[in-house]
Design a protein around this ligand. Structure first.
Ligand code: AMP
Length: 213
C-alpha cells in the first residue's frame, strides 16, 4: 500500500483536491472528518464529547483517529493508494502513523502542503456547502454548484457543515496553527515534504499538487 498526505489549513482545498485526484488516479480518498461525521450519523460513537468537539472546531482525541487508521490499514487492499485528507493533524498522530505504516507495509510516499494565503482561506470558509450524500464540496462564490443548493455529482441537497459557523471557523484556524501546522516542518525533516500553491482554482490546484506527488 502507498499513502500520500495532504496538509493545509481548513479551507486550503485538501478535500476538493483529494477527491478529484483520487478519481483521476484510481486512489482512495481518506477523509477522517467524513469518517467521523459518518460515525456520528450512524450512532456508532457513544461519546457525546466527540460531536461537541467537532461542532466547536476542536480536534477529537488522537487515540480515536489512530484506532480508525489502524482498522483502515487492516481492511484496505494491499495494492491500494490512499490519499489522506485531514490526517495526521498532530505530531503524535504523525508518529503513530509511521508505526502503523511500518506494521502494515504502507509506504508514506509524500506529504503535500497545500499553501493558500490567509485572506483567501477566510473567504473560502465563509460560503462552503457540502453534499451529505457523496462528500462533494462547493462554494457559493468560488465553486458554485450548477443548480443552486443541489449537488452536481449526485443530486442531493447541499448543506452547510455544523463547524462552518464563524466561531468554529475561528477555532479551527487556531487549532490548525497550534497543532497541525508544525507537521510541515516535521515532514520536511523526514525528507517527505512537497509544497503546492492552492490559491488558484480547484483545477489549477489539482494540477500543481499532482505535479509534486
Ligand atoms: P475535516 O472534515 O477534515 O475538516 O474535519 C472535521 C473535524 O473532524 C475536525 O475539525 C475535527 O474535529 C475532526 N477531525 C478530523 N480529522 C481529525 C484528526 N486527524 N484528528 C483530530 N480530529 C479530527
Amino acid at each position: 500500500m502507498k499513502a500520500f498526505i495532504f496538509l493545509g489549513a481548513p479551507g486550503a482545498g485538501k478535500g476538493t483536491a483529494a477527491a478529484r485526484i483520487a478519481e483521476k488516479t484510481n486512489a482512495r480518498h481518506v477523509s477522517t472528518g467524513a469518517m467521523l461525521r459518518g460515525i456520528l450519523e450512524n450512532g456508532a460513537s457513544r461519546d457525546p464529547a466527540v460531536k461537541s468537539r467537532m461542532n466547536k472546531g476542536e480536534l477529537v482525541p488522537d487515540s480515536m483517529l489512530i484506532d480508525m487508521i489502524g482498522e483502515l490499514f487492516k481492511s484496505a487492499d494491499s495494492d491500494a493508494t490512499l490519499i489522506f485528507d485531514g490526517f495526521p493533524r498532530t505530531v503524535p498522530q504523525a508518529e503513530a502513523l509511521e508505526k502503523l505504516a511500518a506494521e502494515h507495509s504502507v509506504e508514506i510516499v509524500k506529504a503535500v502542503s497545500i499553501e493558500v494565503p490567509e485572506e483567501i482561506i477566510l473567504k473560502r470558509l465563509g460560503g462552503r456547502q457540502v453534499c451529505p450524500a457523496c462528500g462533494a464540496v462547493f462554494h457559493v462564490k468560488t465553486l458554485p454548484s450548477k443548480k443552486e443548493g443541489i449537488c452536481d455529482t449526485c443530486g442531493a441537497a447541499l448543506v452547510v457543515r455544523n463547524d462552518d459557523t464563524p466561531e468554529a471557523i475561528k477555532n479551527r484556524l487556531v487549532v490548525h496553527a497550534e497543532k497541525t501546522a508544525p507537521l510541515v516542518g516535521w515532514y520536511e525533516k523526514a525528507g517527505k515534504l512537497a509544497r503546492a500553491d492552492g490559491s488558484g482554482s480547484a483545477d489549477d490546484a489539482v494540477e500543481k499538487i499532482m505535479a509534486v506527488m
